[in-house]
Each structure stands twice: as structure tokens, then as C-alpha cells.
Design a binder for this molecule. Structure first.
Ligand code: SAH
Length: 227
């Protein structure tokens, strides 16, 4: 069982995404658990304030360290959880990284907002900082959902067929080959004949070649790693 604890000022954002489909079944099967916590429950003042102006000036508000430290202390308790801060300045999230995280038992995700989070959260509280891509989001909530989603599906027993993981994109640094289903002819757009032969070896060859073509076209950087 892999447990995720998410700390956020917008707890209501999560249920619709994480309590549906595969992640819902994963929770029902007790392969994963997802708990969402309101950061404001860990503030000390009566206004439940979580942010303040940046030292040194500049636009926007920075999230204060105290609520995050209090939340992690309470939620972590004596467990050995890995604390991950979401941030555009973190280590990029990759399939390889997701596989590493899927081996853990306990992950606590911290969601920033506004201009970001006081640096002491990253340097002293978080074990790791993860970015989901080279762009800036309004908050860490979507990033946390992306991390939970791609990690959870790698936990054994969450996906229906373990085989669905085998040929996926990024395995061996290649993108997945094109997939088709019925009908074989849709409004004149035909399924490649190689797939209709029933000849396993030919199909395998065609798929490998297509994987290469695709990767070369959209992700030449991956192909260099594959070689
Ligand atoms: N001023 C910051 C961006 C803050 S965005 C900077 O320039 O780096 C507000 C919050 O959104 C961040 O604290 C983080 O939790 C989240 N966030 C934004 N972009 C993200 C990304 N690419 N990956 C992960 N989290 C991100």
C-alpha cells in the first residue's frame, strides 16, 4: 500500500480527479490511499493566514513556513514518509522518477500557491522538490495530482493488467507505437495492414519501427538516450 498525504490550501480541488476511475479502484483495493489536508488547519492565527510579503520586496505573496512545518510534523508522526515539495525549480518528473516513487510506502506532497513557498520549506522540510514541467502553474495542486496519478498507476495491482505497463511510452526511452481499434476502415481511414495479418512477429516489427519513427519525430532527445 502506498499512502499519499497532500497538503494544500484548496483541498476541494482533489476529490473529482483522484476519486474516479483507476485511482478510485486502487483505493478500494487498498493498493493506494490518498488523504488531503487543509494547510489552514495548521496556522496559528485566527485569520488562518498562510502567506506574507516577500523579504527584499517584489510582487505577490510568499507562503510562510510555519503552517507547512506544523502540518508535516502532525501528518508524518513517526512514519518515515518522503516529503516532496512541488515547484518549477524542482527535479523534472519523468517516468523513471515515477517508478522510483512507486516503490515507497509513504509520500507527503506540499502544494505551493501565489509566488511560491518560503525557501526553508524546500531546504529544511522537503526531502525532494519535483517539477512537472518547464512551465509555471498557479498552484501545486495540479502538479500534486499529476504526481499521484502517474505514480499510483505503477503500484502493483492498481492497473488491471500489469502488461499494460510493458510497452508504454518512455520504456527504453521510446514513445509508444500507434494503437488502433475497430473499425478497420473508418470513413476511408484505414488501419495499417500489418496489424491485420495476425502474424505476431510482423506486428512486433511494425510496432518497433513505428516507435522509432514517432520518437525521432517528436522526441529526438529521447532517441539519443535510447541509442
Ligand atoms: N514564483 C515561482 C512560481 C510559483 S507558482 C517561480 O518562479 O518558481 C506557485 C506554485 O505552483 C508553486 O509553489 C508550486 O507549488 C506550483 N507549481 C507551479 N509550477 C509548477 C511546476 N511546473 N511543477 C510543479 N509545481 C509547480
Amino acid at each position: 500500500m502506498l499512502r499519499f498525504d497532500i497538503i494544500t490550501i484548496f483541498p476541494a480541488m482533489f476529490a473529482q480527479v483522484l476519486d474516479e476511475s483507476i485511482l478510485k479502484r486502487g483505493q478500494e483495493k487498498k493498493k493506494i490511499a490518498i488523504k488531503v489536508h487543509d494547510l489552514r488547519d495548521f496556522t496559528l492565527d485566527k485569520h488562518r493566514k498562510v502567506d506574507d510579503r516577500p523579504f527584499g520586496g517584489g510582487p505577490g505573496m510568499v507562503m510562510m513556513p510555519q503552517p507547512f512545518f506544523a502540518a508535516v510534523k502532525k501528518i508524518k508522526g513517526r512514519r518515515k514518509a518522503k516529503v516532496i515539495l512541488t515547484s518549477p525549480s524542482g527535479e523534472p518528473l519523468t517516468q523513471k522518477k515515477a517508478k522510483q516513487l512507486a516503490k515507497l510506502k509513504d509520500i507527503i506532497l506540499l502544494c505551493g500557491h501565489y509566488e511560491g513557498v518560503d525557501e526553508r520549506v524546500q531546504s529544511k522540510l522537503a526531502d525532494e522538490t519535483i517539477s512537472i514541467g518547464d512551465y509555471v502553474l498557479t498552484g501545486g495542486e495540479l502538479a500534486a495530482m499529476v504526481i499521484v496519478d502517474c505514480v499510483a498507476r505503477l503500484v502493483p495491482g492498481v492497473l488491471g493488467k500489469a502488461a499494460s505497463l510493458k510497452d508504454e511510452s518512455f520504456e527504453g526511452n521510446l514513445l509508444e507505437y500507434p494503437q488502433y481499434t475497430r473499425p478497420a476502415d473508418f470513413q476511408g481511414m484505414k488501419v495499417p495492414k500489418e496489424l491485420l495479418t495476425g502474424h505476431h512477429q510482423d506486428i512486433e516489427h511494425w510496432r518497433q519501427a513505428q516507435s522509432m519513427v514517432r520518437t525521432k519525430k517528436s522526441r529526438p532527445d529521447l532517441l539519443r538516450k535510447a541509442a
